[in-house]
Ligand binder design. Structure first.
Ligand code: BTN
Length: 320
């Protein structure tokens, strides 16, 4: 009923419709109409109420509500099941539970705010209300567990495509999975997986995009290294458009990997890379060193030229 009322208001957005009229058209009591409109306003839709004239639709909600996501979706698998939270500990935690309980591939978890958003290497991820895209996508890739790192690289390529298409901000990929804009981080990706010896049960790709934060929104610890797409592009970015573009491009790169293998995506990753050709400092799992980032191999490992020869880095962090 709520959706029907919303549709009716949207269709008549150039005029007021009385509560009486809505109740007759949709065969529902006036109290119910009033309650649904109150709920729609709470969900962020701007609906003006006039004591004599009735109601008029003014503006769409800014929230990433499931009904709106479904209405704007252009992907066919990614986003076919949407779990939405106004606030949550971490969308990755929720997605892992859903995946373990057998949810279909392509299920997504979206939140307006994460209270304990998680980053790589046991770091946190700052996720304030309504300012970013805090999203987890469940995949069930037919890859060997050893190949799971490819999911992160594939995701970085898809997200970078979507961001550049929607914002024109000119972002690039920093190994292994950050997206930078003007040398500052705008996107982080946290891939988590459950696997048997020879098969992946599921992969959860957790994506954090700093969309509409202003300089003063960032906590001091990350203020010098993080930025938002709005800051980079100089204008507010519509989160819904970006979210659905990310899902569409993620679906495209995933389908390319499944049909044509990883090579085309790897080539695109190299093309979009801001790491290759740079002198980097590697903070590896068990050692730190510096060298020239010369290439990335078929497994997604970064190859660093040092005086001792080529070093291969599969996990860890690099600073440029
Ligand atoms: C990183 O760069 O360290 C990765 C950050 C990943 C953040 C995203 S936000 C959505 C999802 N849920 C989480 O708790 N983390 C990821």
């Amino acid at each position: 009923m709520r959706t029907a009322i919303l549709e009716l208001l949207k269709k008549n957005s150039d005029q007021y419709i009385s509560g009486e009229n809505i109740s007759q058209l949709l065969k529902v009591s006036r109290t119910a109409v009033w309650k649904h409109i109150r709920a729609l306003k709470q969900a962020g839709y701007e609906i003006e109420a006039h004591p004599r004239l009735g109601y008029v639709f003014r503006q769409m909600t800014e929230r990433l509500l499931p009904g709106e996501i479904k209405a704007h979706l252009t992907s066919s698998v990614l986003g076919r099941e949407v779990h939405y939270f106004s606030e949550i500990d971490s969308t990755n935690n929720a997605a892992k539970k859903l995946a373990a309980d057998g949810c279909p591939e392509g299920t997504i978890v979206v939140a307006e705010e994460q209270l304990t958003g998680r980053g790589r290497l046991a770091r946190g991820w700052y996720s304030p209300f309504g300012k970013g895209i805090w999203l987890s996508v469940v995949l069930r890739p037919p890859f060997a567990p050893m190949e799971a790192a490819k999911c992160t690289l594939m995701a970085a390529v898809g997200i970078n495509r979507a961001i550049n298409a929607v914002t024109g901000a000119g972002c690039g990929i920093k190994w292994p999975n950050d997206i930078l804009c003007k040398d500052r981080k705008v996107v982080g990706i946290l891939t988590e997986m459950s696997a048997e010896m020879d098969a992946i049960n599921y992969v959860v790709i957790g994506i954090g995009v700093n969309v509409n934060m202003e300089e003063q929104d960032f906590p001091e610890e990350i203020a010098a290294t993080a930025t938002s797409l709005a800051m980079a592009a100089g204008c507010r970015i519509p989160r819904m458009k970006l979210l659905t573009a990310i899902l569409a491009e993620l679906e495209n790169v995933y389908s390319t990997v499944k049909t044509s293998g990883f090579a085309p995506i790897l080539a695109e990753w190299k093309n979009q890379s801001v790491t290759l050709g740079q002198q980097v400092a590697v903070n590896g799992i068990d050692r730190n060193f510096t060298g020239l980032a010369v290439d990335i191999d078929a497994d997604g490992a970064l190859l660093i030229k040092t005086p001792q020869g080529i070093e291969r880095v599969l996990a860890g962090d690099v600073s440029i």
